[in-house]
Each structure stands twice: as C-alpha cells, then as structure tokens.
Design a protein around this ligand. Sequence first.
Ligand code: DQA
Length: 143
Amino acid sequence: MKILIINGPNINMLGIREPQIYGQNSYNDLIKYIHDYCVKENIYVNFYQSNHEGDIVDKIQQSYEKFDGIVINPAAYTHTSIAILDALKAVEIPTVEVHLSDINLREEFRKISYVSLAAVKTISGKGFDGYIEAIDFLKEYIK
Ligand code: DQA
C-alpha cells in the first residue's frame, strides 16, 4: 500500500505556532511518528508539505495512479479551497481528511470544510494520532 501524507500551510510551524492548540511537537516529530508507524506496518509512505495552494493541487494531480490513498491536512485551505477539492475529485484516490485540532469546537468559519466533500472520512481533534487512525482506516478501506 502506498500512502501520501499532505500537510498544508503553517503545519511546518508545529511546535512554534499556537502550542496551546497544536501542541509542542514539531513537523519533523510528526513525520517521524508517521514514518515509524508505516515501517512497522510495512506501508510505503511519502510526505509533502506546502504553504501554497497551487503546489498542493499540483502534488495531488501528480499522485494520479501513483498512490493508493491520501491523508491530507489542508490546514487553512480546508475552509476555502475549491481547487484542492476538485483536484482530489479528479484523481479519485481515497482520501482521509485530518485536523490536529477539533475544527467543530473553534471559530464558526472552521466548521466549513470543502475538502470533506471529497474525503471518505474526516478525523478531527486527535492530534498526531489522527494521522495514524487515517492510515489504519485507509488500510481497511483499500483492501
Ligand atoms: C488545522 C485546522 C485549521 O482550521 C487551521 O487553519 C490549521 C490547522 C488543524 O490541523 O487543526 O492550520 O487543519
């Protein structure tokens, strides 16, 4: 199974940005956590992070027929990006949407997710473990 993990804007600032919301651990800690899990589970995993909407769209397009599943935390683009939604619909790769914080318990504008319209599942408010849950879900979903 080949999984692509995509993180959107400001996720590279984990550990620095609003630690009371996103925790003390860094983006590199997140990558290591997921990578170690995938090694244990014998899953091929690739990581991509960008602060730019079009680059994320490009990455999703390039993933066509290359990955079995996508785990995406679109970050702020969750609430604005029809382009990311359309790219996910175009490639038809099963996608799980993940958020570190619980977007339903925060500001009103965070309750709207365009990306969820293309996702087979949304996991919110579970921190780093949300990514592991997403991978486990895809494992069952894809087989
Ligand atoms: C986030 C939630 C978004 O609303 C926010 O813009 C982020 C991170 C999360 O992981 O909780 O950057 O996707």
